[in-house]
Design a protein around this ligand. Structure first.
Ligand code: SF4
Length: 339
């Protein structure tokens, strides 16, 4: 059976224009620049990277909330890159999104009941009012909300509860693919674990396929079967969670992992230094390997020849790097083996 979603050479360039009337084009932001990966049925795939790496744009392209510049997206073996109208509506029903900010993604003037009912109404499912109310209350229960709070407004809920409302709305139409775009980054640390646990439980319970977007590798560690690390519009490393966390091969992944705070002050200091400098502008990304301006291992070849995503000899992940990290370097960085 084919993967649920197959993304091939996906590109999204946003034009940069000058002038209000003529809108002269003077460049483009290469938000996503040749990304390929599969999303397997029933898996949780993490897409991780710093702000501006293209992870959210990739998600929006898959959802068809944005039109790609080039490349293709297949859903259940069917090319959906340019589908429109009823076909697109049907696909949208199968793919739902949970947004980063539960505060702004819920209409403050609507009750929770009507917010969660929206997908039923838009897609003309459950037209009987009483049955719809029952279905909504069931969803509220599923995500850990009190169904008696059906008539309350979003401001009457805490941040974590509001994200649960977003999750209930996303689940209403029994989607096959759930894309969670940094679903916990706007929440208090104490609440984050609760929402992560809820998502993991729901994924297992309903056999959902989930794409989990985060800027921090530690957030997705216990959530994801596989992880794709993105940097400046490219996937630089892709692999199973154990392999990627235990023995990352790309210097960027290594630096991200090493920068994860651990209860060891000595280790924490050494590693923070590994990722220095700002992310270059995606309007003018470095040539060849885009990470070469920040990479501690960069050599001349890195600025002239683009590294392609592949599994190097003895490697356990696909990596786009001419000089993948060695065991010794990993030990030096304090990135321990998976265990
Ligand atoms: Fe660093 Fe070179 Fe690998 Fe790029 S290709 S990540 S610059 S070692």
């Amino acid at each position: 059976m084919s993967a649920l979603v197959e993304v091939r050479d996906l590109v999204k360039h946003f034009p940069l224009t000058r002038g209000i009337v003529l809108q002269r084009r003077f460049g483009e932001v290469k938000a996503v620049d040749g990304v390929s990966f599969d999303i397997e049925r029933g898996e949780t795939l993490g897409i991780v990277g710093e702000t501006g790496c293209g992870k959210s744009t990739t998600a929006r392209l898959i959802m068809r909330l944005l039109e790609s510049t080039s490349g293709s997206i297949k859903y259940e073996g069917r090319d959906i890159t340019r589908v429109k109208g009823a076909e697109l509506k049907a696909i949208r029903r199968d793919m739902q999104m949970i947004f980063q900010d539960p505060y702004s993604s819920l209409n403050p003037r609507k009750t929770v009941g009507s917010i969660i009912s929206e997908p039923f109404i838009i897609h003309r499912v459950e037209s009987d009012k009483a049955a719809r109310k029952l279905a909504v209350q069931e969803l509220m229960e599923t995500v850990g909300l009190n169904p008696e709070h059906y008539n309350r407004f979003p401001h009457e809920f805490s941040g974590g509860q509001r994200q649960r409302i977003g999750v209930a709305r996303a689940l209403a139409l029994k989607p096959k693919l759930l894309i969670a775009d940094e679903p916990v980054s706007a929440l208090d640390v104490s609440i984050q674990a609760q929402v992560l646990n809820l998502l993991r439980d729901l994924q297992r319970r309903f056999g959902l396929t989930v794409v989990f977007i985060a800027h921090d590798l530690s957030v997705v560690r216990h959530m994801c079967d596989r992880v794709a690390v993105m940097y400046l519009g490219k996937v630089v490393e892709l692999g199973g969670g154990d392999a990627l966390y235990g023995a990352p091969q790309h210097p960027y992944t290594g630096a991200l992992l090493a920068a994860v705070p651990v209860p060891d002050p000595a280790r924490h200091h050494t590693e923070r230094r590994l990722l220095t400098g700002d992310v270059p502008s995606p309007a003018n990304p470095p040539k060849a390997c885009r990470f070469h301006t920040r990479c501690p291992k960069a050599q001349e070849r890195c600025s002239v020849e683009e590294p392609l995503l592949r599994v190097p000899e003895g490697g356990r992940t696909e990596v786009a790097c001419h000089f993948p990290l060695t065991e010794g370097e990993l030990a030096q960085m304090g990135v321990r083996s998976a265990g």
